[in-house]
Each structure stands twice: as C-alpha cells, then as structure tokens.
Design a protein around this ligand. Structure first.
Ligand SMILES: [Zn+2]
Length: 655
C-alpha cells in the first residue's frame, strides 16, 4: 500500500507531459517512428521503454541507413517505472506474498471418493479439532458387479473421526455429489449446509428412504455470505454454472488460509437463467490470497471452450420446426435448463408437454415448486392423455438417454410402456452424451427404437457439456491464483492433464499434488505433503430395496459368472466315518450338458477314493472335512479346466 502511494506521488510531476505523449504514441505507432524524428525525446523514449526489444533495433538499423539520428538516450525515470511495474506484477502474481507464512496452522484434506474414478465424490477437510465433509456422492458399478445398482463410498474413516465432524457441505445436487447422503444419514447425522435445490433433492431422497426426520439437519444458505461452521471453518458458497441449477464453488477459510473448491463447473457467460458464475467473488479471494485450489478435472483434455447451455437452442428450434409427428426428447433428468429449453420450443410449436419417468417428473416438480423455472400448469398433460392429441401437438420429455433398461424410453422402445408405443412418425431426440460404459446399452436401445420405425436425432449440436474445458480451467487458476493446486474429480489421466494446465498457469510443479482416494494431504502456508492413507472403498447397494450387498456376495456372483459352480453331496456314518452311499456331484457353467455326466462321474470317483480312506473320527470336525472335500475337487477341476468354480459340499451324517 505504502509503496503504491509513493509511486503515484513520484509520477505526479510528469503527468502533464505524459498525457500528450500517450496520444502521440498512438498516432505514431502505425506509420513509422522515423517519420517525425526527434520531435519529442520523451515520445521516442516511451517506445524504447517498451519491453519488446525488436522494434527499437529495426528503427536503429533504418536510422543508420539513412544517417538520420543516434539512438535516443534512455529516460532513466521511465525505466524506473518499468522496474516498479515489474515489481507490481511480481507481487500480484505470486501468492506467497499474500499468505501468512509465519502461521503454524494447517489443514488436512482426504478424498474418500471421486479420484481415480468419475463420480462418488466425497472429501474430508480436517483441522486439529474439527472436520467437515464436502459432498457425499454415489457412483455406478462396473459390469462385473452383478446385481449391484449403485456404489456408495466406504464410511470407515468417517466412523473413526465421527466426533470431529461438524457439518456436511454440499456443492450441487448431482447424484455423484449427493447420492450417498441417505446411506450416510441412516448411520450418522450432521448438520447439512447447502443452497436450496440440493437440499430439496436430498430431502426427496430422505423421504424415499423413510428418514424424513433427518430433514431437520437442513441449513439452507445464501450465496455471497460467509457462514461460520463449527469453530474452525468459515465457508462461502459462490454461484457457479454447471449442468444443474444452483451449483456452487466453495471458499473454505481456516486459520491455515483459504481453500477454493470449485465443485463441478463450467464458465457459462450466457446461462439460461442469467445467473452467471460469480467470477467476482473468486477474483476477490484470488486478490486476498488463496492457499489451495481444488478444481474440476473432468474435461481437462478439451482444448475448446465448453459452449454455453444456450447454444443448444438453435438446434432445438430446428428440430421442432421440422418435426412432423411426436417428439420424444430424452436428457439427464437433472439438467433442468435443457428440459426447460426443450419445453419452451415444444410450446413455441404448439405442443403439449408430457413428462414421463420418475426422476424427470420429480426434478421438474421441484424446480417449479421452488421457482427455479416457471411454466403454466396447463401446458402439461399426463401420459394417458397423449392419445387424445394429434401427433404434432405432443412433446414427450423423458428419461433413458443412457439406455437404462428400466427407463421410460427403453420400455417404450421395446413396446412395454403402458401408455406410449413408438410410431414410425416419431422423432426421438437424444440430448445428452453417452457416459463412458453406457455406449452398449444406448446402442441397444437405438436398435429397438429404429426397428420400431422411429427416426433418431442425436447430433452433437443438441448437447453441451457441464464441465470446464482447458481454457476455463485456466481462467479459474488465474482468478484464484492459488499457492497450491489439487486437481480433483476425474480419473488419473484427467487430473494429470489438469496438472499440466496448472503449470502453464504459473503453479510450480512442486506445488501440485495428484491425490488418490484415501490419501491424506496436509497443507500449511509453507508446505503441502501427503501424510497418511486411510481406508477407502465402495459399498454395494441394491436399488430394489436400497439395501447393502455384502462384499462376499458380489465375489460369489463374480465366481459364479466367470467359473461356474460345483455342488456335491456325501453321506457318511457318524459312528465309524464310513461312506454309506456313493457321492453325488452336480455342476453348472463348467462343461457342456452332454459331458456333464462323465465329468461328474470323474469327480465322484475322486471323492469316493478320498472317503474310502477317511480316518476314524474325521467326521467329528465337519468343517475341516468340508474344506478337504473342497480342496480335492478344486485341485481336480483346476488340473482339467484351469478354472476355480464355486464349490459347495454337503455332508449328510447318518447313524
Ligand atoms: Zn455435477
């Protein structure tokens, strides 16, 4: 501050001279400096003083050629100002100067999900005495997790530090940020701080899971306001643009300094609701000094800026203008602005709107209930009313853009939806991208839809991403200007790419860490380091009953699916350990039916041989006997088939 004042004072005697200079400089720039040589020394000096070294040299050469003049002497005063400005740039760009390096305070960050994977975001921020959770999301299973519908983060570490947790902080309402909330709250409860839409959606989940009473933990927040949470945390929610309404970035301030967590974001300068990303608040914190930035890496490979949500409007308009029959539009049910735009164009072309699909209906209902979007009620019709309107008067907005087998669109595609059957005049609009891993099911659904005669429109212009590309990531890095940088949200290669972008934007490599789930990072104004690893993993959930599936069940299913099953029954006399009947073996999924008998016979012989030599008293420990039986069958099958099937022995004791 003091220096700044000094600077202005020093320059004051020059101000009168400098003004005309600046004008002249503009005039002079395009023609050549040589046109009016030596007219005003200061003017030439001002050109010389510019950092680019080439121009003056050229001039010098030309001057020499024409024998016009000697190079002008350096104006030491101007040169001093160059030095001053260089110092100002250094101060402004180096976050070191803005942090209290004498502070011994520190904070620990532990991601329990969301790194090395897409989805399942959950992170712990921890001071000496307190902790907060940021987001509690779910993710989707791999194909070999048979019968598993969703994955919930392992809460082991949270059980360990339960007494320290003062709040759950939510950035936005996507499933991969709030989907695991009911599972956490069935076990432990903390105050929840979030903007209204995420809370409304969490409330809905609590209702579905019959834990309505936990709504009492809701603390709705106002953006741009700083909340004191526990004794150690001050948190501000800053509005952010993303593919769901009411998203936020967080400014989390502790004694160690301020951490900016972007949440999921893109920088949309023309969002549908007009609420742009709050770049001013980010810049405010950047100016004050930021200890660490955690930023969304999902689209870190994309060099082109992510288009605005509004950019799908022209394509939607074209689709509706041309459509001859019904339009069935499918998108992510949480992308309310997309749905809103689709409805607007439907209405523009005289269509009634029929919303089908539980999550789509619920999300539109919440968005209208809480005034995020406004539509007159009379534009909506129920699924059983669709038949009463001509095809050109109907827009069906529905779920199933990922080809999910129990979604409305999929059921329509195979003719199993109660109210809507696909017609050859239908136009299906898929306004979404395929989530990696879903390509197969989407393609399958497209086959069904096209077999039923419908036309499918799924071109790129009808969908935009909700995540920041490289250029927006750069903007974030430059606005926040953090000392330390932790790229988050994404698989390893995504965060790695984001690290490169961070380095381009002036963060030294040693100040960037690539975290993986369970790694605890300690950050203080002077350093950032990994301190320990905590237990992480996934809990399997069956969506039909919202219950957990134990790990061993999933392992058994994997074995069954890949290697089959062997069942055997042996009958032994409990008194003398003698076999009383021949063993019986049945197998599934190991050999073809026609070889089944011969294969079973082989194993029955092996078992019989074993039982004939059973020692007296061997049957007293049936568990040991079962293990022995498993062992010999396993050996035999591995030798013949190179497989490890599930082996189920039954021992019948007779006397
Ligand atoms: Zn999101």
């Amino acid at each position: 501050m003091a220096e700044e004042t000094k600077g202005t004072q020093e320059s004051s005697p020059q101000t009168t001279e400098r003004k005309p200079n600046n004008n002249n400089r503009n005039n002079n720039r395009r023609p050549n400096n040589n046109r009016k040589p030596n007219n005003n020394q200061n003017r030439n000096a001002s050109n010389d003083g510019k950092p680019s070294g080439n121009k003056p040299n050229n001039n010098k050469n030309k001057s020499r050629n024409r024998h016009r003049r000697q190079p002008a002497p350096t104006d030491e005063n101007l040169k001093a100002f160059v030095t001053k400005n260089q110092e100002i740039h250094k101060q402004r760009l180096n976050p070191h100067y803005k942090l209290d390096l004498n502070s011994s305070a520190k904070i620990r960050i532990t991601p329990l999900g969301g790194l090395g994977e897409i989805g399942g975001n959950i992170a712990v921020f921890e001071t000496e005495k307190e902790a907060i959770l940021v987001d509690v999301g779910m993710s989707f299973p791999d194909e070999d997790m048979h019968g598993v519908d969703i994955l919930v983060p392992d809460f082991s570490y949270l059980r360990e530090i339960k007494h320290k947790i003062v709040a759950v902080i939510i950035t936005h309402a996507h499933e991969d940020h709030i989907g695991a909330m009911p599972y956490l709250y069935k076990e432990m409860q903390f105050p929840i701080y979030a903007s209204p839409l995420p809370l409304a959606m969490i409330g809905n989940k609590f209702d579905e899971h019959h834990i309505k009473e936990h709504r009492k933990y809701f603390n709705p927040i106002e953006k741009r306001k700083i909340y004191e949470i526990g004794n150690d945390f001050k948190i501000e929610w800053m509005h952010m643009t993303h593919s769901i309404l009411d998203s936020s970035s967080l400014a989390i301030t502790t004694d160690a300094g301020t951490i900016i967590h972007t949440g999921d974001f893109k920088i949309d300068h023309s969002p549908v609701d007009g609420y742009t990303a709050d770049l001013h608040r980010l810049a405010y914190y950047g100016e004050k000094g930021v200890l660490c930035l955690l930023s969304d890496s999902t689209n870190s490979y994309n060099p082109l800026p992510t288009p605005s949500e509004l950019s799908v409007a022209p394509a939607l308009d074209r689709v509706f203008a041309k459509a001859e029959g019904r339009v069935l539009l499918s998108t992510f049910s949480s992308n309310i602005h997309r749905v809103q735009q689709a409805i607007q164009y439907g209405v523009k072309y005289g269509r009634k709107i029929c919303v089908i699909g539980r999550s789509m209906e619920r999300n539109i209902e919440i968005a209208m209930q809480y005034d995020y979007i406004r539509f007159p009620k009379n534009i909506f019709i129920d699924a059983d009313e669709v038949g009463r309107y001509s095809d050109k008067e109907v827009l069906i907005v529905t779920t199933g853009s990922q080809g999910e087998p129990n979604s409305a669109l999929f059921r329509m595609s195979i003719g199993e939806h109660r109210h809507v059957k696909i017609k050859p005049t239908d136009l299906i609009v898929l306004s979404s991208r395929a989530i990696p891993g879903n390509e197969g099911s989407i393609s399958g659904m497209l086959n069904h839809l096209q077999r039923a005669g419908a036309k499918v429109h799924s071109s790129k212009d009808i969908h935009v991403s909700g995540h920041a590309s490289m250029e927006e990531q750069k903007l974030m890095l430059r606005l926040v200007n953090p000392k330390f940088f932790l790229p988050v949200h994404g698989e390893y290669n995504h965060v790695m790419k984001h690290k490169e972008t961070g380095m381009i934007c002036g963060v030294p490599e040693r100040n960037i860490l690539l975290m993986t789930d369970g790694e605890q990072i300690e950050i203080a104004p002077k350093y950032m380091r990994k301190v320990k690893t905590v237990k992480t993993g996934k809990t399997y959930i069956d969506n039909q009953n919202n219950h957990q599936i134990d790990d061993d069940i999933v392992l058994d299913r994997q074995k069954l699916a890949s290697d089959g099953i062997v069942m055997m029954v042996v009958q032994v006399n409990g008194n003398n350990s003698k076999m009383t009947a021949k063993p019986k073996v049945t197998t599934f999924g190991i050999v073809p039916d026609k070889q089944d008998k011969a294969f079973a016979k082989e194993m029955e012989d092996v078992i019989e041989h074993f039982l004939l030599h059973l020692k007296d008293g061997a049957i007293e420990n049936t568990r040991a006997l079962e293990n022995d039986l498993r062992q010999i069958v396993r050996k035999h099958i591995y030798r013949k088939m190179k497989k490890y099937p599930l082996i189920v022995p039954h021992i019948l004791l007779v006397s």
